[in-house]
Every structure is written in C-alpha cells, then in structure tokens.
Design a binder for this molecule. Sequence first.
Ligand SMILES: Cc1cc2nc3c(=O)[nH]c(=O)nc-3n(C[C@H](O)[C@H](O)[C@H](O)COP(=O)(O)OP(=O)(O)OC[C@H]3O[C@@H](n4cnc5c(N)ncnc54)[C@H](O)[C@@H]3O)c2cc1C
Length: 221
Amino acid sequence: MTTPSRHTSRVVSLQPLSDSGYLLTFERGGLEFEAGRLLTIHGRVPTEDRSYTIASGEKDEHLQVLFRHIPTGQLTPQLAQKNPGDPIEFSGPFGEFVVRDPSHPVIFIATGTGVAPCRAYLRTHPGLPLTLVHGVRVAQDLFFRGEFEKARYLPCVSREDGTGFHGRVTDFFKSFDFARDAHFHLCGANEMIFDMQVFLLNAGVDESHIFTEAYYYRLHS
Ligand SMILES: Cc1cc2nc3c(=O)[nH]c(=O)nc-3n(C[C@H](O)[C@H](O)[C@H](O)COP(=O)(O)OP(=O)(O)OC[C@H]3O[C@@H](n4cnc5c(N)ncnc54)[C@H](O)[C@@H]3O)c2cc1C
C-alpha cells in the first residue's frame, strides 16, 4: 500500500458532464494508487479540504475526480473555476474501498458521483465481471454511461421515466435476482447506503461481504 503524501500539480482540464457534474483532470504529481482509493483536495485553508475518490484508472496518464458542484459549498465552487494550468494541491492516497477478493461476483451500488470508484475499477481491470446499479435523480447524471455499458450496467432514475429502472436503487432491488454470495460495494449518499445495508442483511447477505463509502449525510426526505 502506497504511503500517503502531499502533492502539487497542474490542472489539465475541467469537463462538464451534466448541469452540476464535472470531471476534473490533473497531473499525477508522481502519485501511485489502487483503484478505490481517494484523495484529499486542499482548499485555500484547511477547513476547505475535501475528500474525492479517484475516478481514473491506476495506469492512466492523469488523475481524475468526478465532483458535483454545490454552489453553497466550500470547495466545489473553487474546483468549478479551475482552468488548464492552474495549480492543484492534494494528498493521498487514502481509504480502504478496494475490491479485496475478485473471485466473488462484485455488485457495485452507487448514487450520483458515487460511481467514481467503479469507474476506476473498470478502467484498471476491464475484465472484472462487475455489476453496477447506479441511482440518480435525472438521466443526465448517469455519468460515464457509455463506458459502463461494457459492464453489466443497471441505471435507476428516480425523477424521470424512460432510462433504465424508474425509481430508487432500493426499489430496484426488491425485484432484482442477485447472487447472495456477491461482494457489495455501496457508495454515495448515506441514506442509500443505510437502506441497502438493512435490505442486504435481511436478504441473507453476510455482513463481511458489504463494503461502504459514504460521501455525505442527509436525512430521509
Ligand atoms: C470518503 C469520501 C469520498 C468522497 N468522494 C467524493 C467524490 O468522488 N465526488 C464528490 O462529488 N464528492 C465526494 N465526496 C464529498 C466531498 O468530500 C465534498 O463534501 C463535496 O464535494 C462538497 O464539498 P463542498 O465543500 O463544495 O460542500 P460542503 O460545504 O462540504 O457541503 C455542502 C452540502 O453538499 C452536500 N454534498 C456533499 N457531497 C455531495 C455530493 N457528492 N452530491 C450531493 N450533495 C453533496 C453535503 O451533504 C452538504 O450538505 C466524498 C466524501 C467522502 C467523505
């Protein structure tokens, strides 16, 4: 495992992927990492530092993170203003959200920007027999859809009809016939993670086969 360290590098590009989703590409600054690990991106002051899962593959030329621009937030308004050549400071790699045993089927369940680690896995291990259930509110937030369609890709769109399953991932699983011995990687909003953990445990999935990465906390609405 690589020892975390602090790096300064340069922005290569900032690509809008939807109304609020952006893909930020920057030089690696010598960083080595395993798919599933994350970075701290530093703001102007330490209270603005935030975590981002690396969305690029282990051998890709550059680092990439997928972020949602939160206009009232501290760091993402700064990231959304980045231009090619701008400096960017980050530390890492951190985190434990890696695929430990690829001999089991891997089912990735993500909401919104929580697909970032799944993309890192697929870019690093294109042959991994991975299932992705991706929950979003609107279809434009099905980030990297074209890339994911190479895997077993099951989009769930809660506020629009016409693309994949119409509803939340938790509703999708009520009628989804999945392998009980799979390893489940849950990533994104805490409410989905909590609800899916309860569902999977009640469905007989072993606790040791459930891995989680919560990005943010919000109460049930
Ligand atoms: C382990 C970990 C990994 C993370 N990886 C990513 C990632 O790859 N991509 C990413 O976009 N974010 C990720 N986050 C969230 C990220 O660290 C920031 O919290 C987020 O980008 C908002 O930062 P901000 O300073 O602009 O807003 P903040 O002031 O930190 O937050 C403003 C509000 O936005 C909500 N919020 C935070 N993140 C999101 C989100 N992704 N979607 C919708 N609402 C959100 C918060 O609940 C809060 O109410 C991760 C968080 C953790 C703990």
